[in-house]
Design a protein around this ligand. Structure first.
Ligand code: UD1
Ligand code: PEP
Length: 430
């Protein structure tokens, strides 16, 4: 199994091009199931999760093509891909494919809407809590679906004539349930209203794509989405938005090590809450024509208390990285995780660097001023893994991060991007 070796103590200086967002690319790929015409996506990141979803979509009959680089286009620019679901050949999403990734469960919405039936294994994904699917089942039932659980599969059928629009009041903001119900509702008869919808930028990216495909979705960017069903959707071309979590991760890495990094292509409006917190912590952040510049030259890090919240709040997918940063602050900070009940797995690993963190329920208290020392650590989930890299960048001596397949799920060319800014980091094959 590959590992990452890094030697801390170098400040980061240079440019990092932000990749397309994993959490937008995945549902956009799934949206291709809604039409028999080609859906062309630009800026798709090269990630293990994208590859895994390709396998799932191919199993349903989607034809997938990756297009070559255009003349003069820089290496490493996101992929241009076509997804063409001319016919759905199989409406089952099997356990061995779906169990590896949470988002693969979302195929249930389009399959049910287009084929009026779906049999989808209960999902996997990062082990950060129990991650039930009750909101999905409730939402699809509100659209008229009949649902049973059989042998670990959700078996769903639409009534004769397909799904019908309905009122879906989500008990809690859910990104996955919003994507899935929104996609299903585009082909339902009549109007669907989703209340308490997620308004993460990735939802907007997908909703815009669906509207380009001929859907009628109103309220994009608000907590209430109104979807008037249409009979058929067409193909389109759309660009995957830049990854706000990758952006925040590198911003925190730069704040951690000091230096001056331009995050090329990053969208500040997609992570304002996190940028505000970084400024409070002592980073200098400016928006430039080509992206976001993050600097910290000389001044120390201040402790900041943070409560995790759905967008536009501080994202749970940056919680681990921020915790790593706060281990070096000049005092005590508190981080309250409100989304997932078990997303502090990185605490035990950060302790191996000498970090002083106490967890009480959903609250972590980080006593800063820790002199981090390089260590052997183990990645436990995607964002936890990269928090260990951030700690390692500031630690004295050598760090080895094991089980990095988690990192490959969500970070494109992480080592190269950091190397280009002066980090001493390499992948050890094996
Ligand atoms: C591929 C992708 O985009 N993953 C993101 C997505 O995950 P995901 O879509 O799985 O997360 P949700 O927004 O659905 O989860 C929010 C909360 O709702 C709960 N819940 C959700 C569905 C349900 O049926 N029942 C239920 O109780 C979850 O357990 C959690 O406590 O949003 C999360 C929250 O921003 C991010 O951390 C993930 O990176
Ligand atoms: C939790 C994440 O992914 P998933 O929902 O696929 O587990 C993530 O992207 O941080």
């Amino acid at each position: 199994m590959d590992r990452i070796r890094l030697v801390g103590g170098h400040s980061l200086n240079g440019d990092i091009t932000i990749s397309g967002a994993k959490n937008a690319a995945l549902p956009l790929m799934i949206a291709s199931l809604l039409t028999d015409e080609p859906l062309v996506l630009h800026n798709v990141p090269r990630l293990a999760d994208v590859k895994q979803l390709e396998r799932i979509l191919e199993n349903h009959g989607v034809d997938i093509a990756v297009h070559g680089r255009r003349r003069g286009e820089a290496e490493g620019v996101g992929q241009r891909m076509t997804f063409h679901a001319a016919d759905i050949v199989d409406t089952t999403a099997p356990y061995d494919l779906v169990s590896k990734m949470r988002a693969s469960f979302w195929v249930i919405g389009p399959l049910l809407a287009r084929e009026h039936k779906a049999r989808v294994s209960l999902p996997g994904g990062c082990a950060i809590g129990t991650r039930p699917v009750d909101f999905f089942l409730y939402g699809l039932k509100q659209l008229g679906a009949e649902i049973d659980i059989e042998d670990g599969y959700v078996v769903a059928t639409a009534p004769k004539g397909g799904l019908v629009g309905g009122l879906v009041q989500l008990p809690k903001v859910s990104v996955g349930a919003t994507h899935t119900i929104m996609m299903a509702a585009t082909l339902a008869r009549g109007t669907t209203v989703i209340e308490n919808a997620a308004m993460e930028p990735e939802i907007d990216n997908v909703a815009q794509c669906l509207n380009q495909m001929g859907a009628k979705i109103a309220g994009i960017g608000t907590r209430t989405l109104t979807i008037e069903g249409v009979e058929k959707l067409n193909g389109t071309t759309i660009e995957v938005i830049p990854d706000r979590i990758e952006t925040g991760t590198f911003a925190m890495a730069a704040a951690m090590t000091g230096g001056d990094v331009l995050l090329r292509g990053a969208r500040p409006d997609h992570l304002q809450a996190a940028l505000d917190v970084l400024v409070e912590a002592g980073a200098a952040i400016s928006t430039e024509e080509h992206g976001i510049r993050v600097k910290r030259n000389g001044n120390g890090l201040m402790p900041v208390d943070v409560e995790i919240d759905p967008f536009p709040g501080f994202p749970t997918d940056l919680q681990a990285q921020f915790m790593a940063l706060m281990t070096r602050s000049n005092g005590t900070s508190h981080i309250r995780e409100t989304i997932f009940e078990n997303r502090f797995m990185h605490v035990a690993e950060l302790a191996r660097f000498g970090a002083d963190i106490v967890v009480d329920g959903q609250m972590a208290t980080v006593h800063g001023k820790s002199q981090l020392k390089g260590a052997q650590v183990m990645a436990t989930d995607l964002r936890a893994s990269v928090s260990l890299i951030i700690a390692g960048l500031a630690a004295s001596g050598e760090t080895i991060v094991n089980r990095i397949y988690h990192l490959d799920r969500g970070f494109e060319r992480l080592e190269q991007k950091l190397q280009n800014c002066g980090a001493e980091i390499e992948r050890l094959a094996g």
